[in-house]
Design a protein around this ligand. Structure first.
Ligand code: ADP
Length: 257
């Protein structure tokens, strides 16, 4: 809830200030809520026409046997940028939903060994580096939303692939109360000054001038909000030039006695 100043026996000026402060807080949270709705609505409204544009561009490319090289390149670039914009809008929509508490989670027991194996099988197709799984033979079962956890893992592995120079590994472990997943890459790493901010919306560690990898800077913000929606936590350990480890901790599923 919003902060509220309550002062019983204070001089008039202070009471006046407290009242002004309280009114400001109410107005600010109203403005914040409006902004959230605005972002949600805009994302939704823009996605539909862009999807139409993407469809036309794709059919142009498919039937374009008389396109010059230059024209073909132009259409391909337009497709890539439209596609990226649509993904960004979807991300913004997800974040707006998460903010307003309208992102619903379906918690159930999730066998991490199976889920991680599936994620690796899918991601291996788009990775030039081997992705390995490290797990004990006994299944580790978390209480989570299976689809959203899958989305989180795919996102983190995609990043690992994007920023890696070597093998990638996903390991699963458990403590008395927590199921732990580590996603490790041997990539460019993240400098200390970026580590706290990397989960912020639109934050990207690379300088935009040297930015070679496409992306929106929204992926990790969504990952964090999804993990927190599952009552979990995500942390990061990284060293520039050595690589990064993202660690997810989720409640362990306990069968009722
Ligand atoms: P995007 O990848 O779309 O830019 P993300 O929110 O997924 O957005 O990541 C934010 C930034 O964090 C990235 O731009 C990149 O600078 C940095 N980053 C994320 N994952 C890694 C990683 N595994 N190794 C190095 N840097 C990373």
């Amino acid at each position: 809830g919003a902060a509220k100043l309550e002062l019983q026996q204070a001089p008039d000026e202070i009471l006046g200030l407290a009242t002004a402060f309280n009114e400001m807080t109410v107005r600010l949270s109203g403005a914040w809520e409006q902004q959230r709705q605005f972002v949600g609505n805009v994302s939704h409204e823009l996605r539909t026409p862009l999807t139409v544009v993407l469809g036309y561009l794709q059919s142009l490319l498919r039937r374009g046997d008389n396109l010059s090289n230059h024209q073909q390149h132009a259409v391909e670039t337009a497709i890539a940028e439209t596609d990226r914009t649509i993904r960004m809008l979807q991300d913004l929509l997800d974040l707006a939903r998460a903010d307003s508490g309208n992102l619903h989670f379906r918690h159930s027991p999730v066998v991490l060994n199976t889920l991680v194996a599936e994620v690796i099988e899918m991601s291996q197709k788009v990775s030039k580096y081997p992705i390995e799984m490290m797990a004990t033979t006994a299944d580790i079962v978390a209480l989570a939303d299976q689809d959203r956890l899958m989305q989180v893992l795919i996102n983190l592995v995609d990043n690992a692939i994007k920023y890696s120079n070597g093998d990638i590994s996903i390991s699963i472990a458990q403590t008395a109360d927590l199921a732990i997943i580590h996603i490790r890459d041997r990539g460019i790493g993240i400098a200390l000054e970026h580590q706290n901010r990397i989960f912020e919306r639109f934050y990207r560690a690379e300088e935009s001038s040297t930015r070679s990898r496409d992306g929106t800077g929204l992926g990790l913000a969504i990952v964090k909000s999804l993990i927190e929606g599952m009552n979990g936590k995500i942390t990061l350990r990284s060293k520039p030039g050595e690589g990064s480890v993202f660690t997810i901790a989720l409640p362990i599923w306990k069968s009722s006695p």
